[in-house]
Design a protein around this ligand. Structure first.
Ligand SMILES: C[S@@+](CC[C@H](N)C(=O)[O-])C[C@H]1O[C@@H](n2cnc3c(N)ncnc32)[C@H](O)[C@@H]1O
Length: 232
C-alpha cells in the first residue's frame, strides 16, 4: 500500500514511521508512506499557505493554490484518482470498519489541515472523503493521519505476525477485547483466573466471550446495539 500525506509539518512523522508496526510494515515492503510539504508550492517570498478569512473572523484559512499544486504534483496523470482523505472534525467518524475498508485500497492520499481549516474550494475541486478521528479539535491533521495510517497498516496481511490476532481485537466482533494475563500466575495476591490455566480450550473461549460481553456492557453499551446474533 502506498500512502501520500500532504502536510505543513513533515518533521512530525519520521519517529512514528520508524517505530513498531509501521517500521515493520515498511521494512517488509508492505507500506510505502511519504510526506509532502505543500508549503513548497506556495508563491512569494514568504511562501504563505494561509490567509485571512473572507467575511472576517478569527484565524487563518489554508489557501487553495499550494494544496492544488501539491496534489497535481503527487498524483500526476494517475486516473482513476486514488482514495483521498481530508482530515477534519466535520468528517465521518473513523472506526475499525473504516480501517478494514481502507486496507483494500492500493493507494491513499491524506490531506492534513492547520489553522482554521481549508478553503472550501479544496473540497469542491477534489473528491475527498472527509474523516474525523473523534469529537474534539486537534491543532492539525497530522496526528489524525498518523492514527489512520497506524490503524490501517496493522491490518495489511503479513504486518502483524499472527494474522488472526487482529480479527480478535476490540471492535472486530462488535465487542471490546477480553482481559489478558501472562506470567506469573500469582502476583502480589492477585491470581490469574483458574480457567485460563486449565488447558480446556472450549472453557477458555467461553470465558473470554463472556468477559468481552461483560466489559462491553459495562464500558460501551452502545456497541451492543449493532451486535450480530450468535448462532450457537
Ligand atoms: C484547529 S483545526 C480546525 C478546526 C475547524 N475550524 C473546526 O472548527 O472544525 C485544524 C486542522 O486540524 C485537523 N483536525 C482537527 N481536529 C480533527 C479531528 N477530530 N479529526 C481529524 N482532523 C482534525 C483538521 O485537518 C483541521 O483542518
Amino acid at each position: 500500500m502506498r500512502v501520500d500525506i500532504l502536510t505543513l509539518f513533515p518533521d512530525m512523522f519520521p519517529g512514528v514511521f520508524a517505530t513498531g508496526m509501521l517500521r515493520i510494515a515498511r521494512e517488509k515492503g508492505l507500506l510505502d508512506v511519504r510526506t509532502h510539504d505543500f508549503r513548497r508550492f506556495a508563491k512569494g517570498v514568504h511562501q504563505s499557505v494561509d490567509d485571512k478569512p473572507f467575511g472576517g473572523g478569527p484565524g487563518m484559512v489554508l489557501k487553495p493554490e499550494p494544496v492544488f499544486e501539491c496534489l497535481e504534483s503527487v498524483l500526476g496523470d494517475e486516473r482513476p484518482l486514488p482514495k483521498m482523505l481530508l482530515m477534519t472534525p466535520d468528517g465521518a467518524p473513523f472506526t475499525q470498519k473504516t480501517a478494514r475498508a481502507l486496507v483494500r485500497e492500493p493507494r491513499i492520499v491524506i490531506l492534513c489541515g492547520r489553522y482554521e481549516g481549508f478553503d472550501e474550494r479544496i473540497r469542491q475541486g477534489w473528491p475527498f472523503e472527509a474523516v474525523s478521528i473523534g469529537d474534539y479539535v486537534l491543532s492539525g491533521g497530522e496526528l489524525a493521519s498518523m492514527t489512520i495510517v497506524d490503524a490501517v497498516a496493522r491490518l495489511i496481511p503479513g504486518v502483524v505476525g499472527h494474522g488472526l490476532s487482529t480479527l480478535k481485537e476490540s471492535f472486530e466482533q462488535g465487542l471490546l477485547d477480553h482481559p489478558h494475563y501472562t506470567r506469573p500466575a500469582s502476583f502480589r495476591g492477585m491470581d490469574v483466573p483458574e480457567v485460563l490455566l486449565s488447558g480446556d480450550h472450549e472453557r477458555i473461549a467461553a470465558w473470554r466471550h463472556d468477559e468481552a460481553l461483560r466489559i462491553t456492557k459495562e464500558r460501551r453499551p452502545d456497541l451492543l446495539r449493532n451486535l450480530p446474533e450468535r448462532s450457537d
